[in-house]
Design a protein around this ligand. Sequence first.
Ligand code: HEC
Ligand code: HEC
Ligand code: HEC
Ligand code: HEC
Length: 152
Amino acid sequence: MQRVQFFVLAMLAILLAATWANADNVFVGIEVCQDCHEEQYERFTKYSKKAHSNRSVQVMAPDLTDAELKQCYTCHTTGYGQPGGFVSYDETPHLGIVGCETCHGPGHEHVESGGDADLIQRTMTMEDCETCHNAERVQAFNFKPLIYSGAH
Ligand code: HEC
Ligand code: HEC
Ligand code: HEC
Ligand code: HEC
Protein backbone atom coordinates (compact mmCIF):
# COMPACT_ATOMS: atom_id res chain seq x y z
CA MET A 1 0.00 0.00 0.00
CA GLN A 2 2.72 2.45 1.02
CA ARG A 3 4.57 1.61 -2.14
CA VAL A 4 1.57 2.52 -4.24
CA GLN A 5 1.19 5.82 -2.42
CA PHE A 6 4.82 6.64 -2.96
CA PHE A 7 4.50 5.81 -6.63
CA VAL A 8 1.48 8.08 -7.02
CA LEU A 9 3.29 10.92 -5.24
CA ALA A 10 6.36 10.46 -7.40
CA MET A 11 4.25 10.59 -10.56
CA LEU A 12 2.55 13.75 -9.34
CA ALA A 13 5.92 15.37 -8.66
CA ILE A 14 7.11 14.50 -12.16
CA LEU A 15 3.92 15.85 -13.70
CA LEU A 16 4.23 19.09 -11.75
CA ALA A 17 7.87 19.51 -12.71
CA ALA A 18 6.97 18.95 -16.37
CA THR A 19 4.22 21.56 -16.14
CA TRP A 20 6.59 24.11 -14.64
CA ALA A 21 9.25 23.41 -17.25
CA ASN A 22 6.68 23.90 -19.99
CA ALA A 23 5.35 27.08 -18.47
CA ASP A 24 8.85 28.51 -18.60
CA ASN A 25 8.55 29.73 -22.17
CA VAL A 26 5.75 32.14 -21.37
CA PHE A 27 4.30 34.99 -23.41
CA VAL A 28 5.98 38.32 -22.69
CA GLY A 29 3.91 40.87 -24.62
CA ILE A 30 4.77 43.21 -27.50
CA GLU A 31 6.52 45.89 -25.43
CA VAL A 32 9.35 43.45 -24.75
CA CYS A 33 9.79 42.74 -28.47
CA GLN A 34 9.99 46.47 -29.13
CA ASP A 35 13.40 46.68 -27.43
CA CYS A 36 15.06 44.77 -30.28
CA HIS A 37 12.52 44.91 -33.13
CA GLU A 38 11.55 48.58 -33.22
CA GLU A 39 10.62 48.52 -36.91
CA GLN A 40 8.21 45.58 -36.67
CA TYR A 41 6.77 47.03 -33.49
CA GLU A 42 6.14 50.46 -35.07
CA ARG A 43 4.39 48.99 -38.09
CA PHE A 44 2.36 46.60 -36.04
CA THR A 45 1.06 49.23 -33.63
CA LYS A 46 0.42 51.69 -36.46
CA TYR A 47 -1.22 49.48 -39.08
CA SER A 48 -2.48 46.22 -37.62
CA LYS A 49 -5.99 45.98 -36.26
CA LYS A 50 -4.63 43.26 -34.03
CA ALA A 51 -2.89 45.96 -32.00
CA HIS A 52 -6.32 47.20 -30.88
CA SER A 53 -8.21 43.92 -30.69
CA ASN A 54 -8.82 44.52 -26.97
CA ARG A 55 -10.95 47.59 -27.75
CA SER A 56 -13.21 45.54 -30.00
CA VAL A 57 -13.99 43.29 -27.08
CA GLN A 58 -14.12 45.94 -24.36
CA VAL A 59 -16.61 48.02 -26.33
CA MET A 60 -19.00 45.05 -26.37
CA ALA A 61 -18.20 43.74 -22.89
CA PRO A 62 -21.12 45.42 -21.02
CA ASP A 63 -23.60 43.46 -23.16
CA LEU A 64 -21.86 40.11 -22.80
CA THR A 65 -22.06 37.30 -20.28
CA ASP A 66 -18.86 35.95 -18.73
CA ALA A 67 -19.03 32.87 -20.92
CA GLU A 68 -19.40 34.98 -24.07
CA LEU A 69 -16.50 37.18 -23.01
CA LYS A 70 -14.25 34.16 -22.65
CA GLN A 71 -15.11 33.15 -26.20
CA CYS A 72 -13.84 36.53 -27.39
CA TYR A 73 -10.55 36.04 -25.56
CA THR A 74 -9.68 32.96 -27.62
CA CYS A 75 -9.32 35.13 -30.73
CA HIS A 76 -8.79 38.67 -29.42
CA THR A 77 -5.90 38.16 -26.97
CA THR A 78 -2.47 36.49 -26.86
CA GLY A 79 -2.17 32.93 -25.61
CA TYR A 80 -5.53 32.64 -23.88
CA GLY A 81 -5.87 29.16 -22.35
CA GLN A 82 -2.18 28.39 -22.84
CA PRO A 83 0.46 28.31 -20.09
CA GLY A 84 1.70 31.82 -19.44
CA GLY A 85 -0.96 33.31 -21.72
CA PHE A 86 -3.73 35.87 -21.28
CA VAL A 87 -5.87 35.51 -18.15
CA SER A 88 -7.71 38.83 -17.76
CA TYR A 89 -7.22 42.49 -18.65
CA ASP A 90 -6.37 43.19 -14.98
CA GLU A 91 -3.95 40.32 -14.39
CA THR A 92 -2.24 40.20 -17.80
CA PRO A 93 -2.71 43.61 -19.45
CA HIS A 94 0.37 43.07 -21.65
CA LEU A 95 -1.39 40.16 -23.40
CA GLY A 96 -4.74 41.86 -23.96
CA ILE A 97 -4.28 42.23 -27.73
CA VAL A 98 -3.48 39.77 -30.52
CA GLY A 99 0.25 40.44 -30.22
CA CYS A 100 3.44 39.34 -31.94
CA GLU A 101 3.47 36.03 -30.11
CA THR A 102 0.13 35.00 -31.59
CA CYS A 103 2.05 34.25 -34.76
CA HIS A 104 5.60 33.82 -33.47
CA GLY A 105 4.81 31.75 -30.37
CA PRO A 106 5.82 32.49 -26.77
CA GLY A 107 8.90 34.70 -26.70
CA HIS A 108 10.37 34.35 -23.21
CA GLU A 109 13.22 32.00 -24.11
CA HIS A 110 14.06 33.94 -27.27
CA VAL A 111 14.27 37.14 -25.24
CA GLU A 112 16.29 35.60 -22.39
CA SER A 113 18.79 34.23 -24.90
CA GLY A 114 19.29 37.72 -26.33
CA GLY A 115 17.58 36.80 -29.61
CA ASP A 116 18.43 33.19 -30.48
CA ALA A 117 16.56 32.64 -33.76
CA ASP A 118 16.10 28.95 -32.96
CA LEU A 119 13.97 29.84 -29.95
CA ILE A 120 11.27 31.73 -31.85
CA GLN A 121 8.90 30.67 -34.61
CA ARG A 122 9.55 32.52 -37.85
CA THR A 123 7.18 31.01 -40.37
CA MET A 124 3.59 29.92 -40.02
CA THR A 125 0.99 28.27 -42.20
CA MET A 126 -2.57 29.25 -43.10
CA GLU A 127 -3.67 26.71 -40.51
CA ASP A 128 -2.21 28.93 -37.81
CA CYS A 129 -4.36 31.83 -39.02
CA GLU A 130 -7.45 29.68 -39.38
CA THR A 131 -7.72 29.14 -35.64
CA CYS A 132 -9.19 32.66 -35.69
CA HIS A 133 -9.82 33.55 -39.34
CA ASN A 134 -11.93 30.59 -40.29
CA ALA A 135 -15.27 31.39 -41.88
CA GLU A 136 -16.85 28.19 -40.62
CA ARG A 137 -15.76 28.70 -37.05
CA VAL A 138 -16.80 32.32 -37.06
CA GLN A 139 -20.21 31.38 -38.49
CA ALA A 140 -20.60 28.60 -35.97
CA PHE A 141 -19.89 31.08 -33.22
CA ASN A 142 -22.73 33.15 -34.65
CA PHE A 143 -22.28 36.23 -32.52
CA LYS A 144 -23.70 39.46 -33.89
CA PRO A 145 -20.73 41.80 -33.46
CA LEU A 146 -18.86 39.59 -35.88
CA ILE A 147 -21.55 40.08 -38.46
CA TYR A 148 -21.85 43.78 -37.83
CA SER A 149 -18.12 44.09 -38.24
CA GLY A 150 -18.74 43.27 -41.90
CA ALA A 151 -15.40 41.60 -41.94
CA HIS A 152 -16.29 37.95 -41.74
C1 HEC B 1 17.14 41.08 -26.63
C2 HEC B 1 16.76 41.41 -27.98
C3 HEC B 1 15.55 40.72 -28.55
C4 HEC B 1 14.27 40.71 -28.05
C5 HEC B 1 13.78 41.34 -26.76
C6 HEC B 1 13.46 40.02 -29.03
N1 HEC B 1 14.23 39.61 -30.08
FE1 HEC B 1 13.62 38.64 -31.75
N2 HEC B 1 15.50 38.58 -32.46
C7 HEC B 1 16.59 39.17 -31.85
C8 HEC B 1 17.76 38.96 -32.68
C9 HEC B 1 19.16 39.45 -32.37
C10 HEC B 1 17.32 38.23 -33.82
C11 HEC B 1 18.15 37.80 -35.00
C12 HEC B 1 18.69 36.39 -34.78
C13 HEC B 1 19.49 35.92 -35.97
O1 HEC B 1 19.27 36.41 -37.09
O2 HEC B 1 20.32 35.05 -35.76
C14 HEC B 1 15.90 38.01 -33.64
C15 HEC B 1 15.11 37.33 -34.54
C16 HEC B 1 13.74 37.22 -34.45
C17 HEC B 1 12.89 36.58 -35.42
C18 HEC B 1 13.35 35.92 -36.71
C19 HEC B 1 13.76 34.49 -36.42
C20 HEC B 1 14.35 33.81 -37.63
O3 HEC B 1 14.18 32.58 -37.71
O4 HEC B 1 14.98 34.48 -38.46
C21 HEC B 1 11.61 36.69 -34.98
C22 HEC B 1 10.37 36.17 -35.66
C23 HEC B 1 11.66 37.39 -33.72
N3 HEC B 1 12.96 37.69 -33.42
C24 HEC B 1 10.56 37.70 -32.97
C25 HEC B 1 10.60 38.29 -31.72
C26 HEC B 1 9.44 38.49 -30.89
C27 HEC B 1 8.04 38.12 -31.26
C28 HEC B 1 9.87 39.10 -29.75
C29 HEC B 1 9.07 39.47 -28.54
C30 HEC B 1 8.36 38.36 -27.91
C31 HEC B 1 11.31 39.24 -29.86
N4 HEC B 1 11.71 38.74 -31.06
C32 HEC B 1 12.12 39.82 -28.89
C33 HEC B 1 16.59 39.84 -30.65
C34 HEC B 1 15.51 40.02 -29.84
C1 HEC C 1 -5.49 34.51 -32.04
C2 HEC C 1 -6.33 34.80 -33.17
C3 HEC C 1 -5.70 35.25 -34.44
C4 HEC C 1 -4.75 34.61 -35.20
C5 HEC C 1 -4.05 33.29 -34.89
C6 HEC C 1 -4.56 35.40 -36.37
N1 HEC C 1 -5.37 36.51 -36.32
FE1 HEC C 1 -5.53 37.98 -37.73
N2 HEC C 1 -6.83 39.03 -36.54
C7 HEC C 1 -7.34 38.56 -35.36
C8 HEC C 1 -8.27 39.52 -34.83
C9 HEC C 1 -9.05 39.38 -33.54
C10 HEC C 1 -8.31 40.61 -35.74
C11 HEC C 1 -9.18 41.86 -35.64
C12 HEC C 1 -8.81 42.75 -34.52
C13 HEC C 1 -9.88 43.79 -34.29
O1 HEC C 1 -10.25 44.51 -35.23
O2 HEC C 1 -10.33 43.87 -33.15
C14 HEC C 1 -7.40 40.25 -36.83
C15 HEC C 1 -7.15 41.02 -37.95
C16 HEC C 1 -6.48 40.58 -39.06
C17 HEC C 1 -6.46 41.25 -40.32
C18 HEC C 1 -7.20 42.54 -40.63
C19 HEC C 1 -6.29 43.65 -41.06
C20 HEC C 1 -5.48 44.27 -39.94
O3 HEC C 1 -5.27 45.48 -39.98
O4 HEC C 1 -5.02 43.60 -39.02
C21 HEC C 1 -5.68 40.49 -41.15
C22 HEC C 1 -5.36 40.75 -42.61
C23 HEC C 1 -5.22 39.34 -40.41
N3 HEC C 1 -5.72 39.43 -39.12
C24 HEC C 1 -4.40 38.36 -40.90
C25 HEC C 1 -3.93 37.25 -40.19
C26 HEC C 1 -3.02 36.26 -40.70
C27 HEC C 1 -2.44 36.27 -42.09
C28 HEC C 1 -2.80 35.35 -39.71
C29 HEC C 1 -1.93 34.13 -39.70
C30 HEC C 1 -0.55 34.36 -40.00
C31 HEC C 1 -3.60 35.76 -38.58
N4 HEC C 1 -4.25 36.92 -38.91
C32 HEC C 1 -3.68 35.09 -37.38
C33 HEC C 1 -7.03 37.37 -34.75
C34 HEC C 1 -6.09 36.46 -35.17
C1 HEC D 1 -13.13 32.66 -33.92
C2 HEC D 1 -12.39 33.86 -33.58
C3 HEC D 1 -13.11 35.06 -33.04
C4 HEC D 1 -13.93 35.11 -31.94
C5 HEC D 1 -14.36 33.98 -31.04
C6 HEC D 1 -14.31 36.49 -31.79
N1 HEC D 1 -13.72 37.26 -32.77
FE1 HEC D 1 -13.99 39.26 -33.08
N2 HEC D 1 -12.85 39.14 -34.75
C7 HEC D 1 -12.19 38.03 -35.17
C8 HEC D 1 -11.44 38.36 -36.38
C9 HEC D 1 -10.57 37.39 -37.15
C10 HEC D 1 -11.69 39.71 -36.65
C11 HEC D 1 -11.14 40.54 -37.80
C12 HEC D 1 -11.80 40.30 -39.08
C13 HEC D 1 -11.16 41.08 -40.21
O1 HEC D 1 -10.87 42.28 -40.04
O2 HEC D 1 -10.98 40.49 -41.27
C14 HEC D 1 -12.58 40.19 -35.60
C15 HEC D 1 -13.06 41.49 -35.50
C16 HEC D 1 -13.88 41.95 -34.48
C17 HEC D 1 -14.34 43.31 -34.36
C18 HEC D 1 -13.90 44.47 -35.22
C19 HEC D 1 -14.70 44.71 -36.42
C20 HEC D 1 -14.12 45.82 -37.26
O3 HEC D 1 -14.69 46.03 -38.32
O4 HEC D 1 -13.12 46.44 -36.89
C21 HEC D 1 -15.14 43.36 -33.24
C22 HEC D 1 -15.89 44.57 -32.67
C23 HEC D 1 -15.14 42.05 -32.66
N3 HEC D 1 -14.38 41.21 -33.44
C24 HEC D 1 -15.75 41.70 -31.47
C25 HEC D 1 -15.76 40.44 -30.93
C26 HEC D 1 -16.43 40.11 -29.67
C27 HEC D 1 -17.16 41.10 -28.78
C28 HEC D 1 -16.27 38.77 -29.50
C29 HEC D 1 -16.82 37.91 -28.38
C30 HEC D 1 -18.23 37.98 -28.17
C31 HEC D 1 -15.49 38.27 -30.62
N4 HEC D 1 -15.21 39.32 -31.45
C32 HEC D 1 -15.13 36.95 -30.78
C33 HEC D 1 -12.20 36.78 -34.61
C34 HEC D 1 -12.98 36.42 -33.55
C1 HEC E 1 -0.26 37.90 -38.14
C2 HEC E 1 0.98 37.23 -37.81
C3 HEC E 1 2.16 38.04 -37.30
C4 HEC E 1 2.20 38.93 -36.26
C5 HEC E 1 1.07 39.35 -35.36
C6 HEC E 1 3.57 39.39 -36.16
N1 HEC E 1 4.33 38.78 -37.11
FE1 HEC E 1 6.36 38.95 -37.33
N2 HEC E 1 6.29 37.80 -39.01
C7 HEC E 1 5.14 37.20 -39.50
C8 HEC E 1 5.47 36.57 -40.76
C9 HEC E 1 4.48 35.80 -41.64
C10 HEC E 1 6.85 36.81 -40.99
C11 HEC E 1 7.67 36.44 -42.21
C12 HEC E 1 8.19 35.03 -42.12
C13 HEC E 1 8.98 34.72 -43.38
O1 HEC E 1 8.61 35.17 -44.46
O2 HEC E 1 9.96 34.03 -43.24
C14 HEC E 1 7.34 37.57 -39.86
C15 HEC E 1 8.67 37.96 -39.69
C16 HEC E 1 9.16 38.59 -38.55
C17 HEC E 1 10.56 38.85 -38.25
C18 HEC E 1 11.74 38.45 -39.12
C19 HEC E 1 12.27 39.62 -39.89
C20 HEC E 1 11.30 40.09 -40.91
O3 HEC E 1 10.83 41.23 -40.80
O4 HEC E 1 10.97 39.32 -41.85
C21 HEC E 1 10.61 39.51 -37.06
C22 HEC E 1 11.83 40.03 -36.35
C23 HEC E 1 9.24 39.66 -36.60
N3 HEC E 1 8.38 39.08 -37.52
C24 HEC E 1 8.88 40.27 -35.43
C25 HEC E 1 7.58 40.57 -35.07
C26 HEC E 1 7.21 41.43 -33.95
C27 HEC E 1 8.20 42.12 -33.04
C28 HEC E 1 5.86 41.47 -33.93
C29 HEC E 1 4.96 42.29 -33.02
C30 HEC E 1 5.25 43.70 -32.88
C31 HEC E 1 5.37 40.60 -34.99
N4 HEC E 1 6.43 40.10 -35.66
C32 HEC E 1 4.01 40.31 -35.23
C33 HEC E 1 3.90 37.18 -38.91
C34 HEC E 1 3.51 37.96 -37.84
